[in-house]
Design a protein around this ligand. Structure first.
Ligand code: ATP
Ligand code: MG
Ligand code: MG
Length: 580
C-alpha cells in the first residue's frame, strides 16, 4: 500500500528530472552498526531489484548518524556483502557526507519558524506528548521562543556549550495531528562522540527523522523504499522536505522479513556472542549474511529465497526450512559429489591380496560431464562411516552388521561382514569383510560410501575438523517470553558438533587443485577465501571449507596435503528431515 504520491512543485520536479534524466533512483540505507542479516537481503533485493527492473540505479548509503555504535569494520563488511549478493552500488555514499548541508537546512528551518531549541528532558517531552496513557498534548515553553534566540542557542549547541541532555533542536510540527510522528520530533541532539568518518568535527548529530528524507532528496532518490515500521514516518518525511522546500521522493513501504528459529537483532546477537553461545557474529549458526556466507551458503540461494517471497506488504516470519530448500537447490547445481566418512571406521577386505589396487574413474556429477571426474583408488583397506555399521542387527536395518551384506557405491560387488576387531576399550575399531567378487554374490539392499586407505595415491584426504551445525535455538520463536522466557534461555547446547579426523576421497583435494589453477581461485585462496569450495558428501549432506582452514597456495602447488588443515562446515543436510 504505497499511499498517495506527494504533491511537488513543478520547479523542484523539473530540477529533479534534470538530475536523474527521468531514471529510477533507489538506495539501500543500512546503519553501519552491525553485520547485515537475512532480512537485509530482502531490502537489498527490493532496492537494487526495483531500480534494475526499471532501468535505474541504486546507491548504497550508510546511514551513519549515531557515532557511538558505528564502526569502520561494519562499513567494510556491508559493502562486501552487497557485492557478494551480486549487486554493485551506483554510488557509495554516507549520511555524514551531508552533515554541512543538513546543518544549513536546520538553520533554514529555524529561520522560517519551523524549529526551535528545546531544553526539556526526555521525560518532559514524553509528558508533552500525552505520556504513557496518551493524555492531552501540550507545547513546552521553548516552542514559542524567538527565532533569533533559537538560532543563537543552536549555535551554542554546535560549539559544545551544552551537555548531552541539555538541549535539542526540535521541529515545530503539529501537536494537534493524530500521528505521533508529527509531535515536534527531535532534529538534532548533542553527542560528544567521535564519528568514524568526521572524527570530532561535530558534537551535534542529526536524527534519523531529520536526516533520512533530506539525504534521499539530495540524492534525487525517486522511490524511498522502506520497511513498514516507517509508515507513520511518511508524513514527517514529506513534512520536512516541504518545510525546507526541497525535492520530495515518494516513500513506499514493504514488509520486514524474519525467519523462524533464530533472532536477528544486533543487540541480541552481541549478547549471544558475549555469553559464549556462539563464537562470533559470523558464527555459521547465525543468520547474519557474513555467517551464512562463512557457512558455505551460495548467494544465489539467498536471492532466490527472498525473490520467491516477493515484495509483500505484510511483515512475515518464514520457516527457516524454506531457506534451507533454496540452499539445497543451489548446492545441488554447483557442488561436486565426493565420498567421505565423517567418523571413519576401518574395513579390511580379507579376501583381497595386501597389494590389491584398482582405480575407478568417478564423475563428480553423474550425467553432467562438464563437472569432470577423478580417479579413485580401491584397495584392501577402506574407510566407511561409523554410522553405516551396527553390531546389533535388526530387520529394518539394511547396512553393515555382522554376517550382513551391503553394497559399496560405485563398485560392482558388495561386502559381507565376517568379523570385528576391538580396541583396548572393547569398542569396534575395525571391521573384517569379504568382498563378494563372484557371480553368485548376494544382492545388497543398500549402498554405502567408502574411501580407500591408499596413502601412495593420496587417499584418504584427511579433514582436520568437520563442524556440524544443529539449530541454535530449541523453539521456532526463541524470544517468545511465555514459551522460552527469552532467547538466552532457549539456546540448544548441542548446536555445534565438532568431529576430528574425517576422511574424504581424493576428489576433495583434486577439486581444491583445480580451483587453485583458475584465476579466481588463485586470487581467493591468496586472500584466504575458501567459501567457494563446496561439496556434496554422498548420502550425508553439503559441506564447505570454513575460513579457519589453513590452505597456503604453496601446499597445493607441491601437493603437500599433510601441511594443510582443512576445516569444513556442514552447510545443510541432504534432505529436509535428516538430522545427522
Ligand atoms: P535491525 O533492527 O535488524 O538491526 P535496522 O532496520 O535497524 O535492522 P538498518 O541498517 O537501518 O537496520 O537497515 C537498512 C535497511 O534494511 C532499512 O531500509 C531497513 O528497513 C531494511 N531492513 C532491516 N531489517 C529488515 C528486515 N528484517 N526485512 C526487510 N528489510 C529490513
Ligand atoms: Mg535503522
Ligand atoms: Mg536497528
Amino acid at each position: 500500500n504505497p499511499g498517495e504520491n506527494p504533491q511537488i512543485s513543478p520547479e523542484l520536479m523539473e530540477e529533479h528530472l534534470k538530475a536523474t534524466g527521468g531514471k529510477v533512483v533507489t538506495r539501500f540505507p543500512p546503519e553501519p552498526n552491525g553485520y547485515l542479516h537475512i532480512g537485509h537481503a530482502k531490502a537489498i533485493n527490493v532496492n537494487f531489484g526495483y531500480a534494475k527492473t526499471h532501468g535505474g540505479v541504486c546507491n548504497l548509503r550508510y546511514d551513519d548518524t549515531n557515532p557511538e555504535a558505528e564502526e569502520q569494520e561494519y562499513v567494510d563488511s556491508i559493502l562486501e556483502i552487497v557485492r557478494w549478493l551480486g549487486f554493485e552500488p551506483h554510488q557509495v555514499l554516507y549520511s555524514s557526507d551531508y552533515f554541512d548541508q543538513l546543518h544549513a537546512l536546520a538553520i533554514k528551518l529555524i529561520e522560517c519558524g519551523k524549529a526551535y531549541v528545546c531544553h526539556c528532558t526526555g521525560k518532559q517531552i514524553n509528558e508533552q506528548r500525552g505520556g504513557e496513557d496518551r493524555g492531552p498534548r501540550f507545547a513546552c515553553a521553548h516552542r514559542d521562543r524567538p527565532i533569533s534566540e533559537s538560532l543563537a542557542e543552536f549555535q551554542k549547541m554546535k560549539e559544545g556549550r551544552y551537555g548531552a541532555n541539555e538541549a535539542t533542536l526540535r521541529m515545530k510540527m503539529d501537536l494537534e495531528d493524530g500521528n505521533p510522528q508529527m509531535w515536534d520530533l527531535i532534529a538534532y541532539r548533542v553527542k560528544f562522540a567521535t564519528h568514524h568518518r568526521t572524527g570530532d568535527k561535530w558534537c551535534i548529530y542529526p536524527t534519523y527523522d531529520f536526516t533520512h528524507c533530506l539525504c534521499d532528496s539530495f540524492e534525487n532518490i525517486t522511490h524511498s523504499l522502506c520497511t513498514r515500521e516507517f509508515v507513520l514516518s511518511r508524513q514527517s518525511y514529506y513534512w520536512l522536505c516541504d518545510a525546507v522546500s526541497v525535492y520530495k521522493p515518494v516513500q513506499w513501504e514493504y514488509g520486514r522479513l524474519n525467519i523462524t528459529n533464530t533472532i536477528l537483532s544486533k543487540r541480541k546477537l552481541l549478547a549471544l556472542c558475549n555469553a559464549g553461545h556462539v563464537r562470533s557474529l559470523d558464527d555459521p549458526r547465525l543468520y547474519t549474511l557474513p555467517a551464512l556466507r562463512r557457512r558455505g551458503v551460495p548467494p544465489q540461494a539467498i536471492n532466490a529465497f527472498v525473490r520467491e517471497l516477493g515484495i509483500t506488504a505484510a511483515d512475515a516470519i518464514i520457516e527457516v526450512g524454506r531457506l534451507e530448500n533454496h540452499i539445497r537447490d543451489a548446492l545441488n547445481e554447483c557442488a561436486p559429489r565426493i565420498m567421505a566418512a565423517v567418523r571413519p571406521l576401518r574395513v579390511i577386505l580379507e579376501n583381497l591380496p595386501e597389494d590389491h589396487f584398482e582405480e575407478l574413474e568417478l564423475p563428480y556429477k553423474p550425467r553432467e560431464p562438464a563437472f569432470g571426474s577423478r580417479r579413485v583408488p580401491f584397495t584392501r583397506t577402506l574407510f566407511i562411516d561409523h554410522s553405516d555399521f551396527r553390531e546389533t542387527d535388526s530387520p529394518d536395518y539394511f547396512r553393515l552388521a555382522p554376517n550382513k551384506t551391503v553394497g559399496l557405491i560405485n563398485l560392482p560387488y558388495p561386502i559381507t561382514c565376517t568379523d570385528v576387531r576391538r580396541n583396548a576399550d572393547g569398542l569396534v575399531n575395525e571391521v573384517v569383510c569379504r568382498y563378494e567378487n563372484s557371480a553368485n554374490a548376494p544382492k545388497p539392499t543398500a549402498f554405502i560410501q567408502w574411501v580407500a586407505d591408499c596413502p601412495q595415491r593420496g587417499s584418504p584426504v584427511r579433514i582436520e575438523e568437520v563442524r556440524i551445525y544443529n539449530p541454535l535455538f530449541k523453539h521456532s520463536n526463541p524470544d517468545d517470553m511465555k514459551v522460552t522466557g527469552g532467547y538466552l534461555n532457549d539456546v540448544n547446547k548441542d548446536s555445534l558438533e565438532v568431529v576430528n579426523n574425517a576422511v574424504a576421497d581424493v576428489g576433495l583435494w583434486d577439486c581444491i587443485k583445480r580451483y587453485a589453477a583458475t584465476d579466481v581461485g588463485k586470487k581467493e585462496l591468496r586472500e584466504h577465501n575458501v567459501e567457494n569450495l563446496r561439496f556434496q558428501f554422498m548420502r550425508i549432506g553439503y559441506f564447505a571449507l570454513d575460513k579457519d582452514t589453513t590452505l597456503p597456495l604453496s601446499t597445493i602447488a607441491n601437493d603437500k596435503v599433510s601441511e594443510t588443515k582443512l576445516i569444513m562446515n556442514r552447510v545443510v543436510t541432504l534432505k529436509e528431515d535428516a538430522k545427522k
